[in-house]
Design a protein around this ligand. Structure first.
Ligand code: ADP
Ligand code: 5GP
Length: 201
């Protein structure tokens, strides 16, 4: 059976990761979202177990102790981590996995799973990023200035060069087409297709 491919999607908060990921999950078969654990409080409309597993600091610390994360990081004042089983289950069952994780987590995964595909989603300008963050922040639950400072660090060339693909999310339909093409082309890489052909012959 083919091994599932892990698509890592990183980028500054407000850059469009969730928007692109939701659309890909709707459009493409055999693609699953990796549900992370976080200590942050749910935003309006977020569903426990679907968007995130919302857990306490204590539960998070226990999972770290028990080595139940393939990566974890402290982002914008909260802990986030990818449970081992999310990753291993998808890989073993041949399902591709979409992981929305920050640059620290992506760099940890690059050490342990260098074969993953690393995609960076960024806005065309800081002004546009600020505008998108402000529009999304209807209930004022985030510190936009803090996220903009962090965005500058995340978009440094030394960080970006770790990624296989950079998607500039200006016009949404073009960005969707780009990420769609990345997933489809990766699935067609000869070594992945050859595995299947050999099995069938
Ligand atoms: P992230 O998951 O990276 O934090 P989101 O997907 O939540 O970002 O996008 C942030 C906000 O910007 C949302 O309100 C979303 O609807 C909007 N948005 C995303 N992409 C675009 C785009 N290409 N043009 C205009 N608005 C966008
Ligand atoms: P948000 O709170 O806006 O949903 O996410 C904040 C940041 O946390 C984003 O950069 C997102 O990519 C990142 N994030 C979400 N889940 C994980 C995870 O499991 N691990 C890491 N390292 N970052 C995550």
């Amino acid at each position: 059976m083919r091994k599932g491919i892990a698509f890592i999607v990183s980028g500054p908060s407000g850059g469009g990761k969730t928007t692109l990921a939701k659309s890909m999950l709707h459009e493409l078969d055999n693609l699953r979202f990796s549900v992370s654990c976080t200590t942050r409080k749910p935003r309006e409309g977020e569903v426990d177990g679907k968007d995130y597993k919302f857990i306490t600091n204590e539960e998070f610390e226990n999972m770290v102790q028990q080595e139940r994360f393939i990566e974890h990081a402290f982002v914008h004042g909260n802990y986030y981590g990818t449970p081992v089983e999310e990753f291993e289950d998808a890989k073993a069952s041949g399902v591709d996995l979409l992981l929305d994780i920050d640059v620290q987590g992506a760099s940890q995964i690059k050490q342990s799973y260098p074969e993953a595909i690393f995609c960076f989603v960024m806005p065309p300008t800081f002004e546009i990023l600020k505008d998108r963050l402000s529009r999304r922040n209807g209930n004022g639950d985030i510190d936009i200035d803090q996220r903009l400072v962090r965005a500058k660090e995340e978009m440094a060339p030394s960080v970006l060069e770790q990624y296989d693909f950079i998607i500039i999310n200006d016009q949404l339909d073009e960005a969707l087409e780009t990420i769609h093409s990345i997933i489809i082309s990766t699935r067609c890489q000869s070594e992945r297709v050859l595995e299947k052909i050999k099995e069938n012959l």
